[in-house]
Design a protein around this ligand. Structure first.
Ligand code: ADP
Ligand code: MG
Length: 765
């Protein structure tokens, strides 16, 4: 069954080569109780360790069921130990921080046996040694004899063929010794038991064969094997500890030193806390800056007007600023150098603008000079609404053309417009309503206060050019008097659905309110409405006549100079075309503005000067304020905290190293049970993983808590609410970093642990 062929073992200590075993040849039967006797230092333990595959022979061969072990690899030895060998040691070698049950279970866990099978086998083994009632105790709650029985149960649980016992009664009193010997004797009925002992009497009384060693040589064998027979073929089963078991083992170990673990986790979480705090605060500041940007950007639109005053020889595309570096002044004539540039805002250009990526825009507003012909009535009287008296205003379009009002204005009464014919009354902060508007709405002008109800629901009739204007001759049109007939002829009713007011601190809305030069109340309507009116009117009679006339036909035939408008303006007023005279683009951030400007510049590329569209960038100076400042500061602070993170991961390395030192014996025990080097690495990696996870989570938790006082402090200092916000993404990344760093920090000591020689590991206390 087991054969040692000329085995020698020598140790090199310094330069000295010391021989522990010399040319040992032995043969063992399948079932027998062999006692190995000999004085201390004669090589008994060495022999046992070699048989058990815990130590490697120097020369010779160990033959297991006819199979030479000369070519055995580490994993073969591991599985041999795990499946064929059960070790019993003088000092029991139990793992202190797990229960009796778990100690016995360990060998099975390493083989990957299923949980319910494990339970059955463990209880069977414990019953055999009479300890089934003590399964849940920790080893240190047992007596020496009981502990040795646990060790015996552990050796038996895998049902190995060979039990190796190194002075199993060496630490026990004689009465207990006898009990243990009886147990071992019983085991030897169907197993090969090789027991090292000092005790001649016990050896003689219980064993069936005695081998005596002296100075590494056999000096006596009472029952040598004459005819060796191999009736079984040795099979190699792979052992593999699951990561779950490794985690469980480490978790149990960590539980036995809670205080230290928490302190470690806390100390190493400081780096994480630092970074998390910096990230959250810069996060918050960035958000505030974004808000601020959005507001400022809104207040400084990029403007495109149909005429612009520009420097004569300016390169239209060159937006760079060049400083003169001469100590001289340059003479310059302002009048001579300025010229008017006509921006030929075409349909193409409008379409080009409509393709601006929505994500860069707060809003875009078109200003068209189209007249809107409106009549109001109270049922008896009829009034014309004159655009030059009543403030009618085209509302800016926001990115999706819908939420602009909702985003920027509070609804005071009624509802936001839903249809293109719905209009709103926009009031200023003082809720002022213009008397001229009151007049056309038939509200008593003497009233000091007007109920919202009096305005909401009021209607206007939209009159087409053909109905509105009466042709006198080819140069003159006059407006028809507002009348019931005209009123009823109209097919389109505009309705005031609500009263809105710019949201508090909403710069965009307030600026748009002021665009027309005053902040008085006005009626806001949609772009769609204007487009519809233009569609209806562009083919009207008055437009056709105006096209061929040298005067303004609706202004008593005054010629253009006298009227102070151009022909194209006159046509625009009548709804001939829908090209705006000015466009304001409101970017939502500095970055967006750059993008939009780039986009606008692209339009001018490869175009002749006269065809270029020049915009005016009101925010040019402000945009020079770099939003990179915060990012820069954040970067530096994060770099600083990273140092503390690295320090803490070095600390984890040290802690793991200490843990390795502390658990050296456990490493030896696990190896003796058949754990692979990889499994040992796993156990320690699991431990660092737990610590990393703990310190990461602790760091995040503490950060969340610290943010409360920090936020209230910042609120007091800056008047900004909730600056520190830790976003979940950052939190998860930081935990991941913490885990990674601790794993790296713990890897070297873990690796070292896994490489430990099992025999030496077992010998350490
Ligand atoms: P026993 O168990 O019979 O008391 P051992 O097998 O432990 O004896 O030791 C046999 C001899 O080998 C002793 O001289 C011991 O000093 C030596 N020896 C054992 N292990 C080592 C080792 N790791 N390094 C050096 N010498 C060793
Ligand atoms: Mg010994």
């Amino acid at each position: 069954m087991l054969e040692l062929k000329k085995i020698t073992k020598s140790y090199t200590v310094g330069k000295l080569k010391q021989s522990a075993l010399e040319c040992i040849s032995l043969n063992f039967r399948k079932n027998e109780f062999v006692s190995v006797l000999g004085p201390s230092g004669s090589g008994k333990t060495t022999l046992l360790n070699i048989i058990g595959g815990l130590d490697k022979y120097t020369t010779g061969d160990l033959i297991i069921n006819g199979k030479s072990t000369k070519k055995f690899k580490d994993k073969d030895w591991d599985s041999y130990r795990n499946t064929s060998i059960g070790f019993i040691f003088q000092n029991y070698n139990l793992i202190d921080h797990i229960s009796v049950y778990e100690n016995v279970e360990m060998a099975l866990t390493l083989t990957g046996v299923k949980k319910n099978v494990r339970k059955h086998e463990v209880m069977k083994a414990l019953k055999k040694v009479g300890l089934e009632k003590h399964a849940d105790k920790k080893p240190n709650q047992l007596s020496g004899g009981q502990m040795q029985r646990v060790a015996i149960a552990r050796a038996l649980v895998n049902n190995p063929k060979i039990i190796l016992a190194d002075e199993p009664t060496g630490a026990l009193d004689s009465k207990t010794s006898v009990k243990i010997m009886k147990l071992i004797k019983e085991i030897s009925n169907d197993k090969l038991v090789i027991m090292v002992t000092h005790n001649d009497c016990l050896a003689k009384k219980y064993s069936s064969r005695i081998i005596k060693l002296k100075d590494g040589k056999i000096i006596e064998d009472t029952n040598p094997v004459i005819n060796a027979q191999y009736n079984e073929i040795y099979k190699i089963n792979k052992t593999k500890m699951s990561f779950k078991s490794a985690l469980q083992l480490s978790l149990n170990n960590i539980k036995t030193k809670k205080g230290r673990t928490i302190l470690t986790a806390f100390a190493s979480s400081i780096g994480i806390i630092g970074i998390a705090l910096i990230l959250s605060i810069s996060n918050g500041f960035n958000k505030k800056i974004e808000e601020y940007e959005k507001n400022t950007m809104s207040s400084f639109p990029i403007s495109i007007n149909n005429t612009v005053l520009k420097q004569k020889n300016d390169d239209l595309l060159n937006t760079e600023i060049n400083y003169s570096n001469e100590d001289k002044l340059y003479s310059y004539d302002d009048k001579e150098n300025k010229e008017i540039h006509i921006n030929n805002i075409s349909k193409d250009y409008i379409d080009y603008l409509k393709k601006i990526n929505n994500k860069y825009l707060s809003a875009i507003s078109y200003y068209r000079i189209t007249d809107i012909n409106l009549i109001t009535s109270n049922g008896k009287e009829y009034k014309t609404v004159n655009k030059s008296f009543i403030n009618l205003s085209e509302l800016p379009q926001d990115k999706n053309d819908k939420s602009f009002l909702k985003d920027n204005y509070d609804l005071l009464s009624g509802s936001y417009p839903k249809k293109e014919t719905d209009v709103v009354l926009i009031v200023d902060t003082k809720n002022k309503i213009d008397k001229s508007l009151m007049d056309v709405l038939f509200i008593d002008e003497k009233k000091e206060k007007v109920d919202f109800k009096e305005v909401v629901g009021k209607e206007f009739k939209l009159i087409s050019n053909n109905d509105y204007y009466f042709k006198v001759n080819d140069n003159l049109f006059i407006r028809n008097k507002p009348s019931q007939e005209l009123y009823e002829k109209s097919g389109i009713t505009l309705k005031i659905t609500g009263i809105v007011r710019a949201k508090k601190d909403n710069v965009l809305a307030s600026i748009i309110n002021m665009e027309d030069g005053d902040t008085k109340s006005k009626i806001g309507y949609s772009n769609k409405l204007v487009e519809k009116i233009i569609l209806d009117n562009k083919e009207s009679d008055i437009v056709k006549v105006q096209e061929n006339s040298n005067g303004v036909v609706f202004m008593g035939g005054l010629n253009f100079d006298e009227a102070g408008i151009t022909k194209s303006e006159a046509l625009s007023m009548l709804g001939k075309n829908d090209i705006p005279v000015s466009i304001n683009i409101y970017p939502n951030s500095f970055d967006s503005k750059e993008k939009i400007i780039k986009y606008l510049n692209n339009y001018n590329k490869n175009k002749e000067n006269k065809d270029k569209i020049i915009y005016t960038d009101y925010a040019k100076e402000i945009s020079e304020l770099s939003s990179n400042i915060i990012s820069g500061i954040t970067f530096i602070l994060v770099a600083f905290s990273s140092v503390s993170l690295i320090v803490s991961s070095i600390m984890i390395g040290i802690i793991t190293y200490i843990s390795v030192l502390e658990r050296t014996k456990e490493i030896g025990i696990l190896r003796s049970l058949g754990a692979r080097k990889k499994d040992i690495l796993r156990v320690f990696n699991a431990e660092t993983l737990i610590i990393g996870l703990l310190s990461g989570s602790l760091g995040i938790l503490i950060t969340r808590l610290i943010l409360f006082p920090i936020n209230s402090l910042l609120y007091k200092l800056t008047d900004l609410k909730n600056i520190g916000i830790l976003n979940i993404g950052h939190a998860l990344i930081l935990i991941l970093i913490s885990v990674t760093l601790t794993l790296i920090g713990g890897f070297i000591p873990s690796k070292k642990a896994s490489l430990k020689n099992p025999v030496e590991a077992l010998r350490s206390e």
